[in-house]
Write a protein that binds this ligand. Structure first.
Ligand SMILES: Cc1cc2nc3c(=O)[nH]c(=O)nc-3n(C[C@H](O)[C@H](O)[C@H](O)COP(=O)(O)OP(=O)(O)OC[C@H]3O[C@@H](n4cnc5c(N)ncnc54)[C@H](O)[C@@H]3O)c2cc1C
Length: 486
């Protein structure tokens, strides 16, 4: 009742029109209501939106988008707001289209091993909803207890178990998308392996909300593995832990997950909500999980124990039961937030490297820490070379935020120099726009921004994200035009 009264008390025509589309209770526009939408998981940056709307179905999303497009209002989509690269930050005072009220599981088709969800459906709920039937949804970002599958599609999210099973894009079979002009299109076909034409499914997945708004998702679901075994190994030297990672994979084992934490990370997780009792004086730990049919699992575990021994492991154990396994995973999966127990602020970075370069890149990150005087913890998906340097800082100290950002950029430069890339799963957003130049030439960036222009010609949807400043791209375009006319 209170909200309805507030919504009607505005002279802003746009707000009134938006309220006509979604209903007056489904629009926020007062400053005190908008504050939570100023930022996402990349809290270093914030900006006020014009309004937040909560459509309840695809038609309402399309009508809001059409209204924004017709009235030159910038807009963007938002899921749970857990993104770590600033993708949902309304840089241009956007109308935020929140998908959290579109949160239904629409259909489960066990015969064809697929499920259809609305974009606001929370990742972990899907596995919870189908586990009694013996199925699960594989992509498992550590934020899976609250992030949305729509946000996962936009970021092409990964997770601990993506080493063996692939990231989000490998599990998306079809999408319904509202284009930036407000049209509703279907991409992919339920139950059909391939469709003719361009691979728009691959293009939209990972496009960070710059090409359209996803309103329905068909995902692949998998049968629960017959057996799982989990190993925890402690090392006195980071290098031994890193070498063990490569050795395990080169023995032909593809673990479901192969995670690593260094000493500072261990200090954090042990000081936070889910301590395991890891020794405080070890330099690194590995959490390794193998799964599949029961036959062969024991041999894989024996092989892993042998590798660890050869790499001077201090101690290693296999989880005795599901309770112990769950405890280890809770400790690992809450690792980012655990940094709050040992530092007032932290910046999560996200680079990718060839697995074999792990020791030298970790050494480089250590040098960045010494140069900047900031502690850097490392928690990462070691098996697929996806590093997460966590830069600890205190935003209250003048200049330290800038120093943290600089340290983050240097870590990404180290990843790029090692033949890797600047993001494995968290996206570019606004955080890593300039770092795109570490891995792409101007022409390669231009090829990508040309694609964006086809979908998003007026640049109203999520502008200012993903690519270096549009100024530079505009410059390149002007140069190309000039060259063409000469
Ligand atoms: C503690 C923590 C741990 C994390 N661990 C992981 C991890 O292991 N792996 C990983 O990949 N990520 C991880 N993340 C990052 C984040 O959770 C993921 O990027 C997730 O996919 C974001 O989902 P969301 O619903 O919060 O999206 P939001 O943050 O709301 O949005 C992210 C981007 O997607 C766009 N978007 C959202 N919904 C839609 C839609 N329906 N259509 C089009 N565009 C849309 C937004 O515009 C924005 O650009 C972690 C984050 C935190 C805070």
């Amino acid at each position: 009742m209170f909200r309805r009264k507030k919504a009607l008390k505005t002279e802003d025509t746009h707000i009134k029109q938006l309220a006509d589309i979604v209903g007056p209770k489904e629009v926020l526009f007062h400053k005190e209501d908008l504050i939570s939408y100023e930022s996402d998981g990349f809290t270093i940056h914030s900006h006020m939106p014009k309004a937040v709307v909560f459509p309840k179905n695809t038609e309402e999303v399309a009508a809001v988008v059409k209204y924004c497009a017709d009235h030159d209002l910038p807009f963007l989509a938002r899921g749970a707001g857990t993104g770590l690269s600033g993708g949902a930050i309304p840089l241009n005072g956007e109308v935020i289209i929140s998908l959290v009220k579109m949160k239904r599981l629409l259909h489960v088709d066990l015969e064809n091993r697929q499920a259809v969800v609305e974009p606001g459906y929370v990742n972990l709920k899907l596995t919870h909803s189908i586990s009694d039937k013996g199925y699960y949804y594989a992509p498992d970002p550590s934020s899976q207890y609250c992030c949305t599958i729509g946000g996962n599609v936009a970021e092409n999210a990964g997770g601990a178990h993506c080493l063996k099973y692939g990231v989000t894009t490998n599990h998306i079979l079809g999408l319904e998308v509202v284009t930036p002009a407000g049209d509703i299109i279907e991409i992919g076909r339920e139950g059909i392996a391939d469709v003719p034409g361009y691979d728009l499914l691959g293009l939209i997945t990972g496009s960070e909300g710059t090409l359209g708004i996803v309103t329905k998702i068909t995902v692949r679901i998998l049968k629960n593995p017959e057996e799982k075994q989990t190993v925890l190994a402690y090392f006195d030297r980071v290098e031994d832990g890193s070498r063990a990672v490569s050795d395990i994979v080169s023995r032909g084992i593809v673990p479901a997950a192969l995670e690593m934490m260094d000493k500072i990370a261990i200090e954090g997780v042990e000081a936070a909500a889910f301590p395991v009792g890891h020794p405080k004086d070890i330099e690194a730990l590995l959490l390794i999980e193998v799964d599949g049919i029961s036959a062969g699992i024991e041999e894989q575990i024996d092989d892993i124990l042998d590798v660890c021994k050869k790499r001077n492991v201090r101690s290693v154990k296999v989880a005795q039961d599901e309770k112990e396994r769950a405890k280890w995973w809770a400790n690992r999966k809450t690792g980012f937030g655990a940094m709050g127990a040992i530092s007032p602020d932290y910046l999560v970075q996200d680079g990718v490297i060839p697995r074999s370069t792990l020791p030298q890149v970790l050494q480089k990150i250590n040098e960045v820490s010494q140069e900047t005087g900031l502690r850097i913890a490392n928690i990462f998906h070691a098996g697929d070379g996806n590093l997460h340097p966590l830069i600890l800082f205190d935003a209250r100290v003048p200049g330290e935020t800038e120093k943290a950002l600089e340290a983050g950029s240097k870590c990404l430069q180290a990843c790029a120099d090692a033949g890797g890339s600047i993001t494995g799963e968290h996206g570019v957003g606004i955080e890593k726009r300039e770092e795109m130049r570490f891995v792409f030439t101007d022409q390669e960036i231009q090829a990508q921004t040309d694609v964006r222009e086809v979908f998003n010609p007026h640049y109203l949807l999520n502008a200012g994200k993903l690519f270096p400043s549009s100024g530079r791209c505009a410059e390149i375009k002007a140069e190309q035009k000039k060259a063409a006319s000469e």
